[in-house]
Write a protein that binds this ligand. Structure first.
Ligand SMILES: Cc1cc2nc3c(=O)[nH]c(=O)nc-3n(C[C@H](O)[C@H](O)[C@H](O)COP(=O)(O)OP(=O)(O)OC[C@H]3O[C@@H](n4cnc5c(N)ncnc54)[C@H](O)[C@@H]3O)c2cc1C
Length: 541
């Protein structure tokens, strides 16, 4: 029998977004912090590059804003971009105050001077980093603070299944009362009641066959919010990283773009270079063009992967510049100082998500969404490198202010029903779940991946509808498992991506379709919004 927990605030997700929100609120409130695996497991832990912030005297806030707007291809919300860029410095200072060991360049007048790198799309050096493992430094530092805080109660290996909402009130909409959460180890479903709930569950990469994302990235928060009645936007804009290591055990190991920046060459299986045939910038073309070109060549040749070769550079140079990548590749049997690395493009980052205001508030009362799962308006049609961790930090700060201010006015709900398992039994066919996982990720890769078309999207949608029916039947009859919950969420995420992609009849930013290969400049660009109340009416949730 599941238990009942009561906290002021429930935070689901413990990456950069969830941890910083928890730490900012903890001095005044009691918090339950939920993670479906170990506390640190999430995209944040694997972020290599860094966080964008204007610190160099030659750089400017105006330039960071301008670069972000250009990358977003006409779909950024300028107010949100300005807000994020202006708050970046304070948020980085907050991380430094927590103890994050950013790489230093030296010190001036007794003050630390941090080393800044430059990445694609940025016109200045403005990426603060901790060697080539920034996310790990952030995650580990915040983890330690959270574990030591008396007001933060941590629940690891707890998977949120669904939000609990009140019926719509006479005036205004539904209120969020908490969530049903599966304790994975004890196989019990608990009720977590809270005055406010924040979702910070990260991205959706696992909907694709190849992804740089960790296994936890199954879009749970977006699916829960959608089922509860929140609108989502811009789900068609998925950033594909051009080069993930192709190896059965290295499911999501990313080979940083800096390898191409330092002279790495992309090769077909016959050893020939190909990028110059598609773009004069060759291997240094923007990330989306490189990913699309690799996808094109792999599909044309029926190749399983292509190769990234930097072995012409001196071994000492490679080891000094890419210590993490070199060591990890060696673990998988590839010595990048001597041979080309097999690589494939991989789903990397979702620009869209649950619609929020500038303080992270969603369409539902007392419910917030922050981090990669949210759509705030910062990224538009394409995310500029290193703006995503920044978004986690800035929106955690903004949400913490609004949540702290409104908390006093909200009371805990009294009548929250327990999870009902009276009608279900244990499953005897787990193979159905694993088979459907594989099928979904394959057809999403083939039909809704880097290059799309109306026909491919239709194919994928039809398969999604079939899978949905099967999974809902299964869900209604059998006791839930984590695999089943994640699969149910992924199929919903797939449908949201497909619906958004079908709505956008143009190619823009990260969305490329063969049927409309150019941007539609005949009208002002608009974001794609899906509303669950309208989709439910057509039976398509
Ligand atoms: C390989 C890689 C490199 C990257 N490099 C950079 C970079 O250099 N700079 C940059 O700005 N961005 C980078 N990004 C993107 C950035 O890391 C992510 O956008 C960001 O870390 C997302 O943080 P988050 O807090 O939203 O989610 P995450 O860090 O992914 O955390 C998600 C959390 O939600 C929890 N969760 C999920 N579902 C549930 C559920 N149902 N119940 C309970 N808990 C749940 C997970 O357990 C986890 O704790 C990179 C991403 C990857 C994958």
């Amino acid at each position: 029998m599941g238990r009942r927990f009561q906290h002021d605030i429930l935070i689901i997700g413990s990456g950069a977004a969830g941890l910083s929100l928890a730490l900012r609120l903890a001095p005044r409130t009691r918090i339950a912090l939920i993670a479906k695996g170990p506390l640190t497991e999430g995209a944040t832990l694997y972020a290599q590059g860094g966080i964008s912030v204007v610190l160099d005297e030659r750089d400017s806030i105006a330039s960071h804003i301008e670069d972000t707007l250009i990358a977003g291809a006409g779909l950024c919300d300028r107010e949100v971009v300005e807000h994020c860029v202006r708050h970046a410095r304070n948020c980085i200072q907050w991380l430094i105050d927590q103890g994050v060991p950013f790489t230093r360049a030296g010190s001036r007048n007794g003050h630390a001077d941090y080393h800044l790198t430059r990445e694609g799309g940025h016109s200045h050096r403005r990426i603060i980093h901790a060697a080539d493992a920034t996310g790990r430094a952030v995650e580990k530092t915040l983890e330690q603070q959270a574990r030591e805080h008396p007001n933060i109660e941590i629940f690891e290996h707890h998977l949120a299944i669904d939000l609990i909402t009140s019926d719509k009130q006479e005036r205004g909409g539904a209120r969020c009362l908490g969530a049903y959460i599966l304790d994975i180890r004890e196989q019990q479903i608990h009720v977590f009641c809270a005055r406010q709930t924040a979702l910070a569950t990260g991205g959706t990469g696992k909907v694709y066959l190849y992804t740089s994302n960790p296994d936890v990235a199954t879009g749970d928060g977006i699916a829960m919010a959608w089922r509860a009645g929140c609108r989502v936007a811009n789900m068609e804009f998925i950033q594909f990283h051009p080069t993930c290591l192709y190896h059965p055990q290295a499911k999501s190991f990313l080979i940083t773009e800096a390898v191409r920046g330092e002279g790495g060459r992309l090769l077909l299986p016959d050893g020939s270079r190909f990028m110059q045939r598609f773009d004069p910038r060759g291997e240094l073309a923007p990330r989306d063009i490189v990913a699309r070109t690799i996808d094109h060549e792999m599909k044309r040749l029926g190749a399983e992967c292509i190769y990234l070769d930097i072995s012409h550079q001196p071994a000492a140079f490679i080891k000094a510049h890419f210590p993490t990548v070199y060591a990890r590749c060696l673990e998988y049997g590839f010595d990048m100082t001597r041979e080309p690395l097999p690589v494939v493009p991989a789903a990397h980052y979702l620009c869209g998500g649950v619609i929020t205001n500038i303080n992270g508030k969603t369409d539902i009362e007392n419910l917030y969404a922050i981090g990669e799962m949210s759509y705030t308006g910062l990224h538009g049609a394409n995310r500029m490198a290193s703006n995503s961790l920044l978004e986690c930090l800035v929106f955690a700060e903004a949400a913490s202010h609004e949540m702290a201010q409104s908390l006093e006015r909200i009371s805990l709900a009294e009548k929250v029903p327990s999870w009902d398992e009276s009608q279900v039994t244990d499953s005897d066919e787990e193979v159905v779940v694993s088979h459907n996982w594989d099928e979904l990720r394959h057809f999403m890769w083939d039909y809704v991946g880097i290059v799309r078309s109306e026909k491919r999207l239709q194919h994928a949608l039809r398969r999604c509808q079939l899978l949905s029916q099967e999974i809902e039947d299964y869900y209604g009859n059998f006791r839930v498992t984590s695999d089943l919950i994640e699969l149910r969420n992924l199929v919903l995420i797939a449908k949201l991506i497909i619906h958004c992609a079908m709505t956008r009849r143009e190619s823009r930013g990260l969305h490329y379709t063969l049927d409309y290969p150019e941007p539609d400049n005949s009208r002002p660009p608009a974001i794609t919004v899906l509303d669950p109340t309208l989709h439910r009416a057509t039976g398509d949730s």
